[in-house]
Design a protein around this ligand. Structure first.
Ligand SMILES: Cc1cc2nc3c(=O)[nH]c(=O)nc-3n(C[C@H](O)[C@H](O)[C@H](O)COP(=O)(O)OP(=O)(O)OC[C@H]3O[C@@H](n4cnc5c(N)ncnc54)[C@H](O)[C@@H]3O)c2cc1C
Length: 483
């Protein structure tokens, strides 16, 4: 099959994580001809990432939650493939989405790794975009040292390889996600020197109603508490890492207590020595680029992320475009599965969710809102930055340069900041520094619209992945064959 061949389908699904798997299964089981494009080499996404099935054909789900759900979805996914209703394109990245005059969606594809690809283009009447998210990072002195990782990166490393990227870990940032990361490190044989949570757990008190709506989360928390006790992991609240120290790689970290705004409390600094991996997690950034390129309406969620707006059927404002999972708001895998099932059914035949499913989604969204409010990014996080701390690592732009551009040159939004300093214009296109640059550019602005426009500046990327010139040359007007 030539890479220039095109396929046409009823429903295209981008992503094979909890949301994408569910959407694909729901659509195929309603008789739609479905294609799933996913950058992963096997289904599962971030949450159910597991060791290569070519080497470990029967993963046991160790270290995973909701593994039974995965096995059920996977069996239905495989059955749909066998029945010829579902075409799965792994190791395939969608680099651009467009909508033709006839209303059909066109997906341009590139191999995620290597050069082999089954088709360069897919066309579909409906599109369900379930592209998930990635770890939100904040700069601080020493964050560019080898040994500093995203907390999700550590988690992905363990799940994909069954080994650890180091020996002695500090996990820091905010949110319940720090708990499974530390627990998995300890269960895999690593030493967790400390978990530094910037928030106070008392922040949950106003949100107990929302928390009680999802009792499974409390049980999960109790499970982590047991693992922390077993491995003697120190969980320090209202504590941040202020600096990572080391010559050629991370060797130690300085930590300190912070007040409710995230300002360091003088005299509380402490050095944690003999640390070789520091994992930071400040929540997640939803990957909304493909949906934004199609014209999807966005809003700022309670965690400060740019997310897409959907209705009760997961439909966006763009006719035929459905969205599920982290792209509609960071809320965890259970919510992503529920949203995926609704989106897939709606894309296949316009079916509305049952009242029970709608209530489940509502409860999980309320929980997610509570979680974001209880674990905010500390307001004064940038107090930790020195003038020479790199903010954009790709283009090596320092905090001092960003402040100069804002204060002296009037770069008070991320788009202007990009053009003045080149922040976010390197290889990662702002995936690492985007949130921080947006916060630093709009600092002092009291208009929520400025913040949204600033984040949108990083999400407006019609070309969502690095490409070769050869791939760009495949952009032609040939008509698709039916699959
Ligand atoms: C690194 C990482 C580790 C995580 N680990 C945990 C954990 O241990 N516990 C926990 O509770 N939560 C974890 N989370 C959060 C959790 O993964 C999400 O809540 C959940 O997976 C959301 O499901 P989703 O289907 O929306 O997204 P995902 O699971 O992220 O799935 C999205 C899929 O879309 C694919 N994709 C994205 N863009 C494209 C594109 N352009 N073309 C083709 N495919 C694309 C991705 O490769 C991925 O397979 C983690 C998140 C990250 C980023």
């Amino acid at each position: 099959m030539s890479a220039h061949e095109e396929f046409a389908f009823d429903v295209a699904v981008i992503g094979a994580g909890p949301a994408g798997l569910s959407a694909a299964v729901a659509a195929a089981e309603r008789g739609a001809k479905v294609v799933v494009c996913d950058t992963g080499t096997q289904p599962g996404g971030q949450f159910w990432r597991h060791r290569p099935e070519s080497v470990f054909p029967e993963p046991d789900g160790h270290g995973h939650h909701g593994w039974k759900t995965y096995l059920d979805l996977r069996a239905r996914f495989d059955a749909a493939i066998s029945r010829g209703l579902l075409r799965y394109l792994p190791n395939t990245q969608v680099w651009m989405t467009e909508r033709e005059d006839a209303g059909r969606f066109v997906l341009r594809l590139t191999p995620a790794t290597g050069t082999a690809i089954e088709a360069a283009t897919v066309r579909a009447a409906k599109l369900v975009s379930c592209t998930g998210g990635y770890d939100r990072q904040l700069p601080l002195p020493g964050w560019e040292l080898p040994g500093v990782m995203a907390a999700g990166g550590i988690q992905a490393f363990i799940k994909a390889n069954g080994t650890l990227p180091g020996k002695r870990f500090v996990v820091a940032g905010t949110g319940p996600f720090l708990l499974p990361v530390a627990a998995n490190i300890a269960e895999a044989g690593g030493k967790v020197v400390a978990v530094c949570e910037s928030a106070s757990l008392a922040n949950w008190l106003p949100h107990l109603g929302a928390a009680s709506g999802v009792p499974g989360k409390a049980l999960e928390g109790a499970e982590y508490a047991g693992i922390f006790a077993k491995h003697r992991i120190r969980y320090r609240t209202r504590t941040v890492v202020t600096e990572v120290l080391g010559e050629s790689s991370a060797k130690s970290v300085r930590i300190a207590k912070v007040d409710a705004d995230g300002a360091v409390i003088a005299g509380t600094e402490q050095l944690l020595e003999d640390v070789d991996v520091v994992g930071f997690g400040w929540g997640f950034t939803p990957q909304v680029e493909l949906a934004v390129a199609l014209g999807a309406t966005t809003r700022i969620d309670a965690d400060g992320s740019l997310v897409c707006v959907v209705d009760g059927q997961q439909a966006s404002n763009v006719p035929g475009l459905y969205l599920a999972g982290e792209v509609t708001g960071v809320g965890g895998a259970v919510l992503a599965v529920a949203e995926g099932l609704v989106a897939g059914a709606a894309a296949a035949n316009g079916e509305a969710p049952s009242a029970g499913t709608a209530r489940q989604i509502q409860r999980h969204r309320r929980f997610a809102g509570a979680m974001h409010r209880a674990h905010p990014v500390p307001e004064k996080w940038d107090d930790l930055l020195a003038d020479d701390t790199l903010v954009c690592r790709c283009e090596e732009v320092s905090h001092g340069e960003v402040v100069h551009a804002r204060v002296e040159l009037g770069a008070t939004d991320a788009r202007t900041m990009k053009s003045f300093t080149r922040t976010g214009m390197g290889w990662c296109q702002g995936k690492v520094c985007g949130f921080a640059v947006s916060c630093l550019s709009t600092k002092g602005a009291d208009d929520a619209g400025t913040e949204q426009a600033s984040l949108a500046a990083f999400a407006k990327r019609p070309v969502a992945a690095p490409l070769t010139l050869g791939e760009i040359s495949t952009l032609d007007s040939r008509q698709p064959q039916d699959s």
